[in-house]
Design a binder for this molecule. Structure first.
Ligand code: ATP
Ligand code: MG
Length: 571
């Protein structure tokens, strides 16, 4: 492709809306443009990257025995009512009525439609197992779309679904996908890890997420330093274990209110009372479909909302707003506590069981309560593991040290069991003629998110450094003096020769200064750059510069192709 005739609008300045490196570089390098919140156009260069990811995904899905089809984005409400998710899914599901008043939605995922298809077409054990997949546009009305295509509202997903005769066969299908996913992210050149994960709104019995390791990741991953345990922090269990040395021993003092003017955060209260955050109990108020919840953890701990949700069998929970907190606690935000918290289900983290002489909010503005002994003073409370694991906690599997790091979820696989097949009547006849529900699995990969995650992992201050397998073009030719006929001639002939040999090549034939061309080449991150300059041409040489290395190599034009072949093959 000739840059002079291409559509590659690059930006010099950092766009202010970009919160992460990948978002900023995708805008600057002319890969995407925003249409509205969470809705993006892929520009030609961005589309090439997306197609690279899709190609790898398709090849590995096909190898794993999955068969491609394409399902509709607009789906009738009836199917979602059959599965029970019309009510369950919440506001992320974009719902609307057509001209005949029929309720519909834009699909965030396709379990309902695929289950409907399979229940109609597959009747016998002889037709199973089957895995079907598509690469298609999803819509999720995310609360906070951000980071460009990483958390968009409209995005491209590869979703696959497996149908088996029983649990053990379903596990085989699951493992096939697990291995295919491993291959896919390896081939994309990503540094990633598969971790145990929560099943969330999709449901099902167990699942793994594929996490690209990056400091900007929204997910926290827990991994053991000694054993293979690795999980999303949402899932990582904290073992219930008594503290070796309780803070205080006497339990004779009774609770006592203390004036803490305007002290509403953990730091303010603990500094004011001259106590460590471990002596404070934070009470967070949540709202849920079962009513308000008061969740208590130590001042230095964090509530784990996924654990709380699973514990109480809830669909969704969210921190209560200011007015609700005021209504329930009778106080401003920052002074809530367990005593007299109206209507709320009270849950306290296990670690509080072993604490003594604690401080809690008084449910009265500007007041806290001293000398609380949780095992003595907190009655009618559920004790459970509701906090995030920390690096001070032992591995839940082997008891050794753990580490926390950040990740971007690029893929997610679920063992669904019979949740959808039973709700929607996807049955087959077994060998004995008995009707049984199919056992399902579902498997997603965010195509755009994978491309963005690759940038998070591969960039420098000048721009993107594409791993060869995802690069929109493999080679960029920079004729440095467009007014020199010899330079132009060599550039043209190299361009033709490269294209003929199957290299995806960009020719920067714009009449720009070398500095501009160098900057743009660095920004868009093409792995191999060839500089064609009048000086080197006199010796029959060109310069080769790899985007992921500093050195520039001078090379004889005759030797160029052999050199390139080695780089691309190793890429
Ligand atoms: P998240 O927790 O990040 O919202 P999810 O668990 O809702 O993800 P799944 O339902 O498992 O996601 O979807 C499969 C894959 O689709 C994810 O692993 C991710 O790569 C991608 N994906 C999900 N939501 C988005 C989004 N809003 N924008 C871009 N990609 C997404
Ligand atoms: Mg989500």
């Amino acid at each position: 492709m000739r840059l002079s005739q291409y559509f590659l609008p690059t930006l010099r300045e950092n766009p202010s809306e970009a919160e992460t490196v990948s978002h900023m570089l995708m805008l600057r390098a002319g890969l995407i443009r925003k249409l509205s919140s969470g809705i993006y156009t892929y520009l030609p260069m961005g589309l090439r990257v997306i197609k690279k990811v899709e190609k790898i995904v398709r090849e590995e899905m096909d190898k794993a025995g999955a068969i491609e089809l394409l399902m509709p984005a607009v789906q009738p409400a009836e199917l979602w009512k059959e599965s029970g998710r019309w009510d369950y899914y919440g506001p992320e599901l974009l719902r609307f009525k057509d001209r005949n008043g029929r309720e519909s939605c834009l699909a965030p995922t396709h379990e309902e439609v695929i289950t409907d298809l399979v229940r109609r077409e597959i009747k016998s054990y002889r037709q199973l197992p089957i895995s079907l997949y598509q690469i298609q546009t999803k819509f999720r009305d995310e609360v906070r779309p951000r980071f460009g295509v990483m958390r968009a509202r409209e995005f491209i997903m590869k979703d696959a679904y497996s149908f088996d005769i029983d649990e053990s066969h379903a596990e085989i299908s699951y493992m096939k996908m697990y291995h295919a996913y491993t291959k896919i992210f390896q081939r994309c050149g990503l540094n990633f890890r598969a971790v145990e994960a929560d099943t969330g709104a999709i449901g099902g019995s167990f699942s793994h997420e594929f996490m690209v390791l990056a400091d900007t990741g929204e997910d926290t991953i827990v991994a053991c330093k000694s054993c293979p345990f690795a999980a999303n922090i949402e899932m990582a269990e904290v073992k219930d274990r008594p503290l070796e040395t309780p803070f205080h021993t006497s339990s004779s003092t009774s609770p006592q209110e203390v004036y803490t003017p305007n002290m509403s955060t953990v730091e303010e209260v603990t500094e004011f009372l001259k106590i460590s955050p471990q002596r404070l109990i934070k009470t967070l108020i949540y709202e849920s479909e079962k009513g308000p919840i008061g969740a208590m953890v130590r001042g230095d701990h964090q509530v784990n909302e996924a654990k709380l949700r699973r514990l109480l069998g809830l669909n969704q929970i969210a921190l209560a707003d200011e007015d609700t907190v005021k209504r329930l606690s009778g106080a401003e935000v920052g002074f809530a506590g367990p005593f007299g918290l109206r209507e709320a289900i009270l849950v306290a983290d296990n670690s509080l069981k072993y604490t003594e002489d604690m401080v809690v909010g008084a449910n009265r503005t500007h007041y806290h309560i001293l000398h609380v002994y949780p095992h003595r003073d907190l009655s009618q409370i559920t004790w459970a593991d509701i906090r995030n694991i920390t690096e001070e906690d032992p591995c839940p599997r082997c008891g050794k040290e753990i580490r926390l790091f950040k990740g971007i979820e690029v893929g997610h696989i679920f063992k669904l069991g019979t949740k959808y097949s039973e709700a929607m009547g996807a049955h087959y006849l077994d060998e004995k003629g008995k009707l049984r529900p199919m056992v399902m699995g579902c498997y997603g990969i965010g195509i755009g998110r994978t491309a963005a995650a690759a940038i998070e992992q591969n960039h420098d201050q000048f721009g993107i450094i594409w791993p060869m397998p995802l690069a929109p073009y493999q080679v960029i030719l920079l004729p440095l003096q467009m007014h020199e006929p010899e330079v132009v001639k060599v550039a043209e002939s190299l361009y033709n020769a490269l294209e003929e040999r199957g290299y995806e090549t960009l020719l920067d034939d714009r009449d720009e200064r070398p500095g501009v061309k160098f900057n743009d080449a660095d920004l868009i991150g093409i792995p191999i750059r060839i500089n064609i300059g009048i000086k080197n041409l006199k010796d029959g040489m060109v310069e080769v510069k790899l985007r992921n290395q500093k050195e520039v190599t001078k090379i004889k034009i005759e030797e160029l192709f052999l050199f390139l072949q080695k780089i691309v093959n190793n890429g």
